[in-house]
Design a protein around this ligand. Structure first.
Ligand SMILES: NC(=O)c1ccc[n+]([C@@H]2O[C@H](COP(=O)([O-])OP(=O)(O)OC[C@H]3O[C@@H](n4cnc5c(N)ncnc54)[C@H](O)[C@@H]3O)[C@@H](O)[C@H]2O)c1
Length: 315
């Protein structure tokens, strides 16, 4: 089976690429090495995925001429590439181009695929809005440009399924963390601040925010399960995350406990677009994908700390 993974040098996409390569898929990993964060980290991920047997394609989805000559015999496409996060440094244009425009061009490419079995769109709990504590049939009410453009992307893909142009589904992921987590995300920042004795930027009110933190290995296994039952998924939207929720404060305390260090805080005003609470309702994923996240919150943080230390040769 031949699979194209977009965003394959990123945090989650690189884990997905490695997992499928280990399962005897012929994996092609496409990425434009966006400069949203340190490109050296993506270079490390390229090394990891190519060592695992993945063929890397350096291309930007916004510019179809860069990938239109790729083969037309992919069985599956898994679309991770995006402008993620809610950083104030990311422009509206960047979300519009890398989420909406990029997906528009990818869809045109997908229409020429002769034997495509299924297109998996990777979506996010951010589409739900301030409280992502509901099941898939509740109307989304996003509060960030990220959530709005990811919802549009999702609907663009599902609209192709509704028109029977190709089969597709959308998986809404919840606060993925651990090995290779992006530098702008909570645990990478906490661990880095603790180990480097720098101040952790805390947005006002965010200590009480609740999230369904989900170990990256459990996320890519869930997507792998989805590939196995792709026939039953056309047109579906499925939440994928850990059903337990934890506060930012619990995150801080866990990192402090494991590293036996106190984290200093730099107080910042509230961040626009931040969700108050997420909790993954995964009855549908359990039913359709036999999905059961296994890694506990503390175990995922411990693994991330070990990984972080190994990256920077910290004892
Ligand atoms: N990390 C999370 O907690 C989380 C939660 C929910 C959903 N998601 C979704 O998962 C996906 C991956 O997120 P991530 O955290 O791994 O982010 P990431 O930034 O590490 O990965 C995204 C990758 O896409 C690439 N990319 C961006 N624009 C591109 C373009 N125009 N053409 C080609 N490649 C492009 C980037 O270079 C990057 O390597 C995204 O779609 C995101 O919305 C992530």
């Amino acid at each position: 089976m031949k699979v194209l993974i977009t965003g394959a040098t990123g945090f989650i996409g690189s884990h997905m690429a490695e997992l499928l390569a280990s399962k005897d898929f012929h994996v092609y990993g496409l990425d434009n090495l966006s400069t949203y964060y340190d490109v050296d980290l993506k270079q490390k991920n390229i090394n990891a995925i190519t060592d695992a047997g993945v063929k890397f394609i350096n291309a930007d989805l916004r510019f179809p001429e860069q990938y239109q000559n790729l083969s037309n015999d992919f069985d599956f496409i898994i679309h991770f590439a995006a402008q993620p996060g809610i950083s104030k440094d990311s422009t509206f244009q960047s979300y519009l181009e890398n989420n909406v425009l990029a997906t528009h061009h990818l869809i045109q490419f997908v229409k020429h695929q002769k034997q495509l079995k299924h297109f998996f769109n990777i979506s996010t709990s951010s589409v739900y809005g301030k409280y992502a504590t509901v099941s898939e049939n509740v109307a989304p009410q996003p509060i960030s440009t990220y959530g709005i453009t990811k919802l549009m992307t999702e609907q663009m893909v599902l609209s192709e399924s509704r028109q029977q142009h190709f089969k597709a589904s959308s998986l809404r992921l919840y606060s993925v963390y651990s090995l290779r987590e992006r530098p702008d995300k909570l645990f990478t920042k906490l661990i880095s601040c603790a180990l480097n004795d720098t101040k952790f930027p805390l947005y006002e009110g965010s200590l009480k925010h609740l999230r369904s933190y989900t170990y990256v290995g459990d996320i890519v296994k869930g997507i792998y399960n989805a590939i196995k039952v792709y026939n039953a998924l056309d047109g579906e939207i499925i939440n994928l995350g850990h059903y337990e929720k934890h506060s930012t404060q619990e995150g801080v305390l866990n990192v402090e406990k494991i590293l036996k260090k106190h984290i200093q805080i730099q107080n910042l005003p509230p961040r626009s677009g931040d969700q108050q609470e997420t909790q993954a309702i995964i009855d549908k994923a359990k039913l359709l994908l036999n999905y059961q996240p296994k890694t506990s919150f503390e175990e995922g943080i411990r693994k991330q700390i070990e990984w972080f230390k190994s990256q920077y040769n910290i004892k």
